[in-house]
Design a protein around this ligand. Structure first.
Ligand code: ATP
Length: 264
């Protein structure tokens, strides 16, 4: 079923045309990887489809209804958003930050229930940060904090998760754990949309890729159709070799430096 649709959206920030007619449709159980060079508009598009920044043209529909018509709390019950590179200046305990993910589900002036605490604990277990529960979040490493924010979004129990470079600060083991966990959620019908710089992880875990370049969609579809040398050259200005790795059953991109090309 169609869940979240960005139809021809355009967005200016200052006098910069950041998004140009971006159309993407996310269905139940999709794992959409948003790829593209620095400054191509990935974060801006993720914020636009999460209802966090207004767009000037086009439409974003959530379950068939324009996103701007939903109250913020209703959006928070449907979309969990994990921002890029967050730093925290407040001395909150990890457990309390994860518990904040429950806020959209708690009645106004109400308190967290035992179920909310249980769900927060499960989210910390799923992300392997339960041992950090009583640490202050502003004393964590970058990767640990990234896992805390993912746990908070999981505790929100939404049917759509939008994550901006969720594995950028994680070691290779935790990258696989987090992406594997997100993939598992898609099997329950959750829709995942994630900006990813690592093309190989994107190819391995996502069923759909959207390649943004200069604010526009250069290619969209399965990893096989999007990850071609031609698209990668047009988007990243880098020569590449792409092959299928039967061990991980995914396409694998090797970026070749200009020097490599010249000495061939
Ligand atoms: N507030 C702003 N005012 C003007 N331009 C902005 C603003 N925020 C972002 N931009 C510009 O919009 C473009 C897209 O930025 P965005 O952060 O969406 O890119 P990105 O693809 O997520 O990049 P990265 O991979 O580096 O995170 C960039 O050129 C950026 O400089």
């Amino acid at each position: 079923m169609e869940k979240l649709t960005s139809k021809q959206i355009s967005l200016h920030l200052g006098n910069k045309h950041v998004l140009k007619n971006v159309s993407v449709t996310a269905h139940d159980g999709d794992f959409i990887g948003l790829i593209g060079p620095n400054g191509s508009g990935k974060s801006t598009w993720l914020k636009a489809v999460s209802g966090l920044v207004p767009y000037q043209n086009g439409s974003v529909t959530l379950k068939g209804k324009e996103i701007t018509t939903y109250p913020t709390k209703d959006i928070a019950k449907m979309i969990g958003y994990v921002p890029q590179n967050t730093s925290l200046n407040f001395d909150f305990l990890v457990r309390d930050i994860v518990l904040m993910g429950r806020h959209p589900h708690i009645p106004r002036f109400g308190l967290e229930s035992a179920i909310d605490y249980k769900i927060a604990e499960q989210a910390m277990q799923q992300t392997n940060i339960i041992h950090l529960a009583y640490r202050y979040a502003n004393q964590l490493s970058g990767g640990q904090l990234q896992l805390v924010l993912i746990a908070k979004a999981l505790a929100q129990e939404t049917n759509i998760l939008i994550l901006d470079e969720p594995t950028s600060a994680l070691d290779i083991n935790r990258q696989l754990q987090v992406l594997g966990l997100l993939k598992q959620l898609t099997q329950k019908g959750v829709t995942i949309i994630a900006a990813l710089h690592d093309l190989n992880l994107a190819a391995r875990f996502c069923n759909q890729l959207v390649l943004l370049t200069n604010g526009a969609v250069l290619a969209a579809g399965t990893p096989e159709t999007v990850l071609t040398s031609d698209h990668i050259y047009k988007s990243y200005d880098v020569h590449s070799s792409i092959r299928y790795d039967s061990l991980i059953r995914a396409y694998y991109v090797t970026a070749l430096s200009h020097k490599t090309i010249l000495t061939k």
